[in-house]
Ligand binder design. Sequence first.
Ligand code: C2E
Length: 402
Amino acid sequence: MLSTILYRSHLSDDVAEITLAELADKANKVNNAFDVTGILLFNGTHFFQLLEGPEDAVNTIYQRICRDARHHNVVELLRDYAPSRRFGNAGMELFDLREYGQATVLQAVLDKGTTKYQLTYDDRALQFLRTFVEARERENYFEIPPADYWDFVVDETATTAECSLPAFGPYHFAFQPVIDPFGRSIVSLEALIRSADGGSSQHYFSQLAREDIYRADLESKKQAFAMAKQLGIHQQTLSVNLLPMSLVVIPEAVDFLLREINANQLVPEQIVVEVTENEVISRLDEFQAAIKQLKAAGISFAINDFGAGFAGLSLLARFQPDRIKIDRNIIRDVHKSGPKQAIVQAIVKCCSALEIAVIAAGVEKAEEWMWLEAAGIFHFQGALFAKATLNAIPPVAWPEQK
Ligand code: C2E
């Protein structure tokens, strides 16, 4: 199957003198051997390349390109399939944009096209090309340093707070901080349910009969609050998770939460209920009533796993939460993916307009964190900084410039 990959990258600073002709010549030889064709644009700082050919061959070439030390911040912009090649004549046609006027370069590129049909209609690849030539998206090219630019150093003076509370039910809780890395502060702590043998939340819920899940979910929060008290969270913000239907099918759910918050000398204003939506909210009016009750009591409301499954834009249109947490699947390798970057930027813009705080969850790589900071996200949760820890609040590994 004919496949297309389009990417953008940044010329490495330590490449002293790059001879573009030599680079294109080498690329031509390799591409010919793989039956890959395309074009390469260079604007003095950035490369923009379109690769076309059999899917496996395009993937192999792209992986080699990603490993090439002569450029960095390689961002995949498009991966698509087409009935025929746009640029089928050469292994790799090179255009140095510094040698052309902006008005003429696009025509020169189009003149190299081999498929009139694709190049005359509103082909996405062609639109990307035009955008690059016109330098229209440059403000969104966040250039991040390599991962080893930072050390992640655990504050030696911060000890792990541990909790010896016996389990009230067949579960435990793990705690994980949400942090502001540059502010060097813990924004909140999240209580994550674990099965009695320390298994994941998913494992815990999978052991329950369907009709017991909602009550078990709600009642487990009694222990989360008690553990938070024993861990000495004081005025720290605490997030707990609830299935939305736990708030709907148990009419006294909010009263239960308030009672347990109070019983543990916590205050509603320091509690955030994260709604973890892995099923459609079928009774939206009742859910809305429960959210009103939560907010009226002073408890904040967050949408979890935003961008995944059901937790999407329509939910945001109806219930503006105090916070949203972007799903781990969007965060993973965001620094390498054009589509994920566009989604995160749209979320940041939308939440900024609505004054909703944004948290990036499941951050594992320094590059993910740096790209997200550049995009305007300041609150992070993930193994890069602190892993969720059973019955304890783990210390944070803070970033320090090497
Ligand atoms: P969440 O609220 O987004 O919680 C973060 C999840 O990501 C946790 O998984 C945490 O262990 C995991 N995580 C944190 N950092 C990283 C990382 O760097 N990499 C990766 N791969 N994972 C990381 P966990 O504890 O399995 O929870 C999964 C989800 O289950 C939670 O997502 C939350 O939506 C839900 N959940 C947890 N506790 C409860 C609960 O008491 N009730 C309900 N209804 N749902 C819960």
